[in-house]
Write a protein that binds this ligand. Sequence first.
Ligand code: BDR
Ligand code: CA
Length: 312
Amino acid sequence: MTLPTPIVLDCDPGHDDAMAILLAAAHPAIELLGITTVSGNGSLEKVTYNAQRICALANITVPIARGANDPMAGKASAAPTIHGATALDGAELPEPTFKLSPLSAVELIADLVRNCDRKVTLIPTGPLTNIAMFLQAHPELHDRIEHISFMGGSTERGNWTPYAEFNIWADPEAADIVLRSGLPLIMSGLNITHQALATSEVLDRISKLDTKLAHTIVDLLKFFADTYRDVFGMPDPPVHDPVALAIIIDITVAKLVSAPVSVELTGELTRGATVVDLHGTTGQKANVDVAMELDVEKFWNMLIDAIAALGA
Ligand code: BDR
Ligand code: CA
């Protein structure tokens, strides 16, 4: 029997981060060791509270630790135009049912990685601050990391500035540390996550599960759909973050291409843009497996089965 893949989910919930938490907790191929939070979609306080409330909603009990308040350089910003004032608007959520870990995110990740009997995969779905700080603080644990599969960047244009995607834009210095780490990296950028659309058919399928959890998710995704329609004119919202985890669950859910990826740190107009060399023009060595094409049906089956498995 294949053992489940042990992961730590580092997130900034966020509607799509919430979906990644549910998938991580429910999928039999995954052992969710812990959740760490980072300021991104909202302040650290808000996103941590949201992670706790999602866990309460779905009866998930794993350690949750608070991470970075601010990026490595400069000050945190938020995305209320997309996720609302609470960073997770759209539904009533229960209050947290257990206390946060007394450890910082970096120390919880270190602790979980050190004590796991297998190599651990990190799934960052927010700015990469905690992950970069962990890599800097614990070089002795680098060889205990199986993969870092992150949502961020794009092979194309951005969503927060014309060329930068939000998570990478929010902490480009951290992204640079991760991209230069030499560890096995998988990037799910906008070019693939914009294929993971929560269409009305998807919402109907979730609704039909007819659990409190399913109805809450539909309410959250409807809020997300409204903001995506208002801000980007997209008819359906892309549920970005679970893509990074779905690839770890089943590698065949996406087509991956190895390529050199770097991040623009100094560009006056392009700070935070990922530069993905798909045609080998830079002559650099490939450092990332870049996710290109999503098996949309497989992806949604995975997510909907996970929501069904959680019951609640
Ligand atoms: C990313 O930014 C956030 O708003 C989402 O949660 C996702 O991680 C998409 O650019
Ligand atoms: Ca996120």
